[in-house]
Design a protein around this ligand. Structure first.
Ligand SMILES: [Fe+2]
Length: 187
């Protein structure tokens, strides 16, 4: 069965209550919806990509040192489609496993995971948040290695290369995708 956002929320809630991780899940969801629109997916697939994005760090809070080692068996047992489980695993490519992102969904997730953190950190610095955040300002922050240092520039560039998109372009997609959720996240 296609993963829905309702099901993704239900599953993530069984493993994750750290507010930062829930914010991250929401931001990656938004990015994934925007990438799906970018790849001209129909509305049902836009929602599906968002759901995969929301669920991607399913095992992280419980197993930060064994990230993605406790995902495949459990999610398959919960009835999540094998393709969606593979997509989730592939965001650990060259980090914790050798599952290479192959599909547009997988490549988007790989890129969005780290990039959403950088965009969010940039938005938090501004009084107006993400509402009028320009891609070029995020690209500038990208070049400042001390800014949001934990967001891996290498992973973001590798993801953009897989997608065949340039940095400013993937940044613009993520800003666009995260905007609808930002107000609620900022409280
Ligand atoms: Fe993540």
């Amino acid at each position: 069965m296609t993963l829905t956002i309702e099901r993704a929320k239900e599953l993530l809630a069984t493993t994750t209550n750290d507010p930062h991780l829930v914010v991250h899940a929401t931001n990656v969801r938004g990015c994934m919806e925007a990438f799906a629109r970018r790849f001209a997916q129909p509305p049902a697939e836009v929602a599906h990509w968002g759901a995969v994005g929301f669920l991607h760090d399913y095992d992280y809070q419980r197993f930060p040192a064994e990230h993605l080692a406790h995902t495949e068996k459990e999610l398959l047992a919960e009835g999540v489609d094998a393709a969606d489980v593979r997509a989730i695993l592939s965001h650990g490519w060259m980090l914790v496993n050798d599952v290479k992102p192959e599909t547009d969904l997988e490549k988007s997730l790989y890129t969005a995971d780290e990039l959403s953190g950088l965009v969010w950190a940039a938005a938090l610095m501004r009084p107006t948040g993400i509402s009028d955040l320009e891609p070029k300002s995020v690209v500038k922050k990208f070049k400042d290695r001390k800014f949001a240092a934990k967001c891996s520039r290498e992973v973001i560039l590798r993801g953009a290369e897989l997608l065949g998109m340039d940095l400013a372009d993937v940044v613009a997609v993520c800003i666009d995708g995260m905007k609808p959720y930002a107000a609620a996240l900022l409280g």
